[in-house]
Design a binder for this molecule. Structure first.
Ligand code: 5GP
Ligand code: ZN
Length: 116
């Protein structure tokens, strides 16, 4: 999919509005439009990577950065001590709906396990 057709590439390019809560040279984080917890953030690489299946060795650093930024945001948004969850859905069985890799960060309520 060309970047101009990817909704998350368009968020990175600020061509469509989103509530950005963090950005640096490699990563952008914003609020999910359909939150599943009191705080539901998405952390994404600026570079278009469709899914976890498509990653290469060149992506190892940015994958680590997604989790690192999730940790920073959990502290900043006040749910690090209570706990939270990061989730990366992949493909059809993982119910991935946006094919620009993204890490969900869910905090602010008691979550359950296993996921549906
Ligand atoms: P997935 O199901 O692919 O793991 O998660 C995609 C997430 O992106 C969903 O939680 C959905 O609510 C969110 N999402 C989809 N389109 C947009 C959008 O245009 N803006 C924002 N902020 N979130 C979106
Ligand atoms: Zn993209």
């Amino acid at each position: 999919m060309p970047a101009e057709e990817c909704v998350f590439c368009r968020i990175v390019a600020k061509q469509i509005p989103s509530e950005i809560v963090y950005e640096d040279e490699h990563v952008v984080a914003f609020r999910d439009i359909n939150p599943q917890a009191p705080t539901h953030l998405l952390v994404i690489p600026r570079r278009h990577i469709p899914s976890l299946v498509e990653v290469t060795e060149d992506d190892i650093e940015v994958l680590g950065r997604l989790q690192y930024v999730a940790s920073l945001l959990a502290k900043e948004h006040g749910f690090a001590d209570d706990g939270f969850r990061t989730v990366l859905n992949c493909g059809q069985h993982g119910q991935q709906t946006v094919f620009h890799i993204h890490l969900h960060v869910l905090g602010g309520r008691q979550l359950t396990w296993p996921p549906g």
